[in-house]
Every structure is written in C-alpha cells, then in structure tokens.
Design a protein around this ligand. Sequence first.
Ligand code: SUD
Ligand code: ADP
Length: 256
Amino acid sequence: MQVSMKSYAKVNIFLKIAGKRDNYHEIVSRFVRVKNLYDEISFTPNNDTNEFNLIGNFGCKVEDNSIYKAFLELRKYCPKIDAFFRVYNIEVKKNIPEFAGLGGGSSNAASFLILANKHFNLYFKKNKLAKIGAKIGADVPFFIYEYDSANVTGIGEIVEEFKEESLNIEVVTPSDIKCHTGKIFNCFRDEFYKEITKDESKELLLMKSKDILNKLSIEQSNDLYMPAVTQYPALKEYAKKNWYFSGSGSSFFKVL
Ligand SMILES: C[C@@](CO)(OP(=O)(O)O)[C@H](O)COP(=O)(O)OP(=O)(O)OC[C@H]1O[C@@H](n2ccc(N)nc2=O)[C@H](O)[C@@H]1O
Ligand SMILES: Nc1ncnc2c1ncn2[C@@H]1O[C@H](COP(=O)(O)OP(=O)(O)O)[C@@H](O)[C@H]1O
C-alpha cells in the first residue's frame, strides 16, 4: 500500500484578475506542475506522542499548517483517522520554499488528502476531494487533480485540464524575500486594479503555455508582478530577460 507521495510545486504561466468576490479576487490562470521540485509526504509508524504529530521543516505552527487543516477537515468525514494519526506520524521532506508563489502549502494539503483517500479506502472522487481541499486554500483543488497543466479560474475552485507538451521548468526563488499574498493583493486592489476582458481570457485559456510566454512580457503575464515589485523592490534585481513571475511571488521561472 502506498503511504508516501511526491507533493509538487506549481508555477503560474499567466495570472490575470477577472473580478472581485468578497475579500478575494477571481483569477484566470494557467497552473503548471514543476516536475523537478517537490516535497515528499509519508505516513510513518512509531508516533510516540499519542497525538497528531507532524514532522518537517515548516515555517509555521502546527495549527496553521495546511496539512493539519486538511486532517481536521477530513476527520469530519472519517473519524477513524484520528486514532490512526495517534500511532502514525506525518513526515514531510520539505524542498519547496515557503512564501514563494509555488503553492507548497496547498500542494502538501492536497497530497495529504490524496494519500489518506487511498490509505483509508475512502473512494472519494476527485471532485469531492477538491471541494474539501478548497476549504483549506485556493490552490488546493489544482493539486488534487494531479494535472500537469490546467486552466484555473474562480478563486481556484474551477480546474480544467489543459493538454499540452510536458514542460521543463527552471525556478529561482530569492532566499531573502518572502512575499505575503494578502499584502500583494491589497496593493493590486489599491494601485493597479484592472480586470481582464472575457475575450482576452478566452484567448489565453486556449493558448499553449510556451506560446503565451513568447507573446507576453513579465508584466503582462502576471497582474501581481507590479504590486509585488512595489511591495518588495528587491525583487527587481532578480528579473532577467525571458524569466517570468509565479503567483504572488517571490519565485521567477523560465521554460527550458
Ligand atoms: C494567487 C495565488 C495563485 O496561485 O498565489 P500564490 O499563493 O500561489 O502566490 C493563489 O491562488 C493564492 O492562494 P492562497 O495562497 O491560498 O491565498 P490565501 O492564503 O487564501 O490568501 C491570502 C490573502 O490574499 C488575498 N487573496 C487571495 C487569493 C485570491 N484569489 N484573492 C485574494 O484577494 C485575500 O486577501 C486573502 O486573505
Ligand atoms: N505544509 C505547509 N508547507 C508550507 N507552508 C505552509 C504549510 N502550511 C502552512 N504554510 C504557511 O502558508 C503560507 C504560504 O506558504 P506557501 O503555500 O508555501 O507559499 P505560497 O502561497 O507563496 O506558494 C506561509 O505562511 C506558510 O508558513
């Protein structure tokens, strides 16, 4: 039985804002999994604490961890996981940097849900797991579907596979800049607010990722880039020709 899996990072090939929903923004985006950047999540025996035990190099408290939140959510549907995780640890080998626009926390939550769904024979379909995941974070549904490439809209809850050639992506994350998603959205709302038109979004959603990057500049491909640079001016030093910006940053990427 599989008790271990890879938890991949993602980049946003493009990320445009389509409107507002309460305190959130609706996005139109292409998410692509980064095949050479992943954490590894496992259920391992010998949990001596007799309580939920999450082992890994995280920058947040257990209560704030996306895996713990996913555990609490899934426990509502499957109370027996409580006893299991008093005996088993959840161990994560962390490679994906945090606050980096790579969706590490969301990816870990999705991997936990996928692994638990298999291990406990829950037979929840992807749609159901994605709904559970959406309560934990906006990017969790994308990771639940395990697509290499997908169009993601709404606040991340609408995920449609985009079939295209597999992409080889190189990521660079400035080690000294931690981008806070909320701060960058606030700056976007206050200083840069603009909505993509229906026609523009239709066109981008049909284009191959490589063609999108050939057509758009870093500023055009990601509506959060200028707000991010405004909030974290040091980001500019990392911007090089043919490199793009993922999510709310701080990572840059290029397709090889
Ligand atoms: C925009 C994306 C694209 O991938 O950025 P990255 O996190 O990857 O950088 C994500 O959807 C981010 O999702 P996630 O990181 O889960 O966001 P949250 O923690 O829920 O949001 C933090 C804050 O950002 C703002 N926020 C977030 C997502 C969104 N679609 N609209 C928003 O306005 C809200 O103010 C929210 O309180
Ligand atoms: N399992 C997790 N892995 C990484 N970060 C996590 C996790 N759970 C919660 N977080 C927190 O989520 C926030 C955003 O981290 P992350 O998802 O890695 O970045 P981003 O949204 O920029 O891609 C940080 O405050 C981080 O400490």
